[in-house]
Design a binder for this molecule. Structure first.
Ligand SMILES: C[S@@+](CC[C@H](N)C(=O)[O-])C[C@H]1O[C@@H](n2cnc3c(N)ncnc32)[C@H](O)[C@@H]1O
Length: 152
């Protein structure tokens, strides 16, 4: 379907394009993403994102018995902790490339007695080796795991 843009929309698009970063800046930001996210968690600690308590309502499959969930780009755990709290038979893996974020998740898991159900590790998803951390089960007994991926 072809859409005719109005003069105002064309003007708006041209204005936006002027604000685009150069290829050089874009690849620098890409290369330094890990450093920037880690600084983000240094500044905001656990106060920026809020726990998401609506995910179990949106995705009823998250209530499955013995669910194993993996969160890629977990930040400080605002997605995975509410799921582990709501589904007592669930366990999971979570990773992020920000070491600070991973420390926050590990500390919270310890404080909430969830260490046996959540294995958290540092990994850059653009590299190929992160999956090796998911071979170990976060707990000793679990039947056929169901993996749920969340996007970063
Ligand atoms: C918008 S935050 C979302 C955090 C979390 N998923 C949540 O729902 O609260 C995106 C997260 O993805 C992480 N991230 C971005 N690119 C990544 C990569 N290549 N490898 C690992 N983590 C990444 C960032 O460090 C950040 O914590």
């Amino acid at each position: 379907m072809e859409v005719e843009l109005t003069e105002a929309q064309i003007e708006q698009l041209e204005k936006q394009n002027k604000r685009m970063v150069s290829n050089f800046e874009a690849s620098k930001l890409e290369r330094e993403a890990k450093k920037h996210w880690d600084k983000f968690y240094m500044r905001n600690t656990t106060n920026f994102f809020k726990d998401r308590h609506w995910t179990e309502r949106e995705f009823p499959e998250l209530a499955s018995e013995n669910l194993t969930i993996i969160e890629l780009g977990c930040g400080v755990g605002n997605f995975i902790f509410p799921i582990l709290e709501a589904n007592k038979s669930a366990s999971g893996f979570s990773c992020d490339f920000s070491p600070r974020a991973v420390d926050f998740v590990k500390n919270r898991a310890k404080d909430e007695g969830l260490e046996g159900r959540l294995l958290t590790f540092t990994a850059d998803l653009t590299l190929n080796d992160w999956l090796k951390n998911v071979t170990e089960k976060p707990r000793s007994s679990s039947s056929s795991p169901q993996f749920t991926l969340t996007s970063t």
